[in-house]
Design a protein around this ligand. Sequence first.
Ligand SMILES: [Zn+2]
Ligand SMILES: [Zn+2]
Length: 363
Amino acid sequence: MKAAVLRDINRPLIIEDISIDSPSSNEVLVETKASGVCRTDLHYIEGNYIHQLPVILGHEVAGVVKKVGDNVRYLKEGDTVVGCLSIFCGRCERCLEGNPALCLRDSIWGLSRKSDDKPKLYKEDEPINQFLRLSSFAEFMVVHENSLVKVDSDIEHEKLALLGCGITTGLGAVFRTARIKAGSTVAVIGCGGVGLNVIQGAKLSGALRIIAIDTVESKLQMAIKHGATEVIDANSRNVAAKIIEITKGGVDYSFDAIGAKITAEQAFDIIRPGGTATIVGLIPEGVKIELDGVGFIDEKKIQGSCMGSNQFRVDIPRYIDLYKQGRLQIDSLVSQTLKLESINKAFEDMKTGQLARSVIVFD
Ligand SMILES: [Zn+2]
Ligand SMILES: [Zn+2]
């Protein structure tokens, strides 16, 4: 099968012919139909996060089941599925407490193949690493069934794919992590694939004011289309002071959809006493953030959100229903579709910051 392989940090992905093993016991062979290109993939290309190489990236995916392992009961051949990196075991403390996005996974229950098992992905004698148990920049994937949710087949695959990461992360950060109250004032830093969905989630939750912050004018326009009530150009000076001024003391909830030192600190700076900042974007390894400690006496709170604290087998079918009701926008999030051969263009375009999402589509 064709796959885009990362062999060296900061080098283009290379389209190669890769072999894929048959699904064993709880695994499923999925024909990839569409895969979104997420900033997390770029983080691994740029070495902000390190993965064992060579690796096939990609983790925001929709496809069709081609074959199931002997123990799979949840899925059958022909099912349409969305993949999510939040694989859950269903048996560990985190899962049973209702936090499957924080599942202890391999540390206890072994949801991946062992190092001496046959690799899922290989090229002749060389094993190729799987990324986040998915590796969707490839024509096929062999994944554990608990990485998949069965979905309706009547929506285009390039839209379904975005439910696997960007949409679920953004909406979940609002619905599940922050659990914002109706009537709240919300600020969202970064209006890309995740931030626009934080905005949509805030709107669906009944936020009164939704202040969108970005450096790119076209993204601020997108933010308005997705529910922002006010926008602030982050190129302007004293963004935090401006937000505190127009909200008379800060927002109830802020969300950092970028994941950088400056934006995480800003998210804390712009909340009111008692407010909550939620860090949704992935902060590069080794980066420390500094907070004004006096904020804690004002009961200001800051928290992380792992993939929107999702319970994706529950959440994703609900989000599809919201889309069908016309209350959740997905069409507008697909900025362009590209063939796998053009995947490096998708990353170049991402760096310009103009697009919501590029999606790789397969025939
Ligand atoms: Zn992602
Ligand atoms: Zn678990």
